[in-house]
Design a protein around this ligand. Structure first.
Ligand SMILES: Nc1ncnc2c1ncn2[C@@H]1O[C@H](COP(=O)(O)OP(=O)(O)OP(=O)(O)O)[C@@H](O)[C@H]1O
Ligand SMILES: O=C(O)C1=C[C@@H](O)[C@@H](O)[C@H](O)C1
Ligand SMILES: [Mg+2]
Length: 167
């Protein structure tokens, strides 16, 4: 089993991934957390000191090397064009979706997400650009709007069970 959780910042990939892994007794990695621990630097420091491209290279390398069954990706995991195709071929990709305003309310002012420091309009544009990619790449879209992480976990399990029915 390999499940990749994708979606914009604040969608709950880290929160839901952790609950999902407990529910399924599956191994779990949060790529952002893993990068901070391995690099011994905050993501915001990597962005400042080494630049975004350096972070993206570390991120995609971690994605391709991890053997964890549940993978919480970062919001910008589709930065390189071929990453989405690679994920689709290597597991089940679940897109966690909610309207921009709801996600913005969750991440507004959070200093740990350098990309979230962009002006509101720019961030909204990025949301719409990325939404197209998340939709293209994912096998399933699960709404995380106005529901608890536990409800989202149930929806994820249902969608993947349906997929595997009859196999
Ligand atoms: N279902 C939910 N309802 C309300 N708030 C939530 C929900 N899921 C997560 N949150 C809150 O939203 C914030 C962002 O959640 P989380 O860090 O899991 O998002 P993420 O998708 O991993 O973001 P990133 O792409 O930046 O890693 C946290 O403060 C978390 O507590
Ligand atoms: O959406 C993004 O570009 C990011 C999201 C976070 O998960 C981190 O990976 C980092 O802050 C960049
Ligand atoms: Mg996260």
């Amino acid at each position: 089993m390999k499940i990749y959780l994708i979606g914009f910042m604040g969608a709950g990939k880290s929160t839901i991934g952790r609950v999902l892994s407990r529910e399924l007794s599956a191994s779990f990695i949060d790529l952002d957390q893993w990068i901070e621990q391995t690099e011994k630097k905050k993501i915001s420091t990597i962005f400042q000191m080494d630049g975004e491209l350096a972070f993206r290279n570390i991120e995609v390398e971690a994605l391709k090397r991890t053997d964890a069954e549940i993978v919480a990706t970062g919001g910008g995991i589709l930065y390189f064009e071929d990453t989405g195709k690679w994920m689709r071929e290597n597991g089940t990709v679940i897109y966690l979706h909610a309207p921009f305003e709801e996600l913005y309310a969750r991440i507004e002012g959070d200093q740990s997400r350098p990309v979230a420091a962009k002006p509101y309009k720019e961030l909204e544009e990025l949301f719409h650009k990325r939404t197209v990619l998340y939709e293209q790449v994912s096998h399933h879209r699960v709404s995380v709007s106005h529901c608890s992480p536990e409800d989202s976990v149930k929806a994820i399990i249902l969608s993947t069970l349906k997929e595997n029915k009859g196999k």
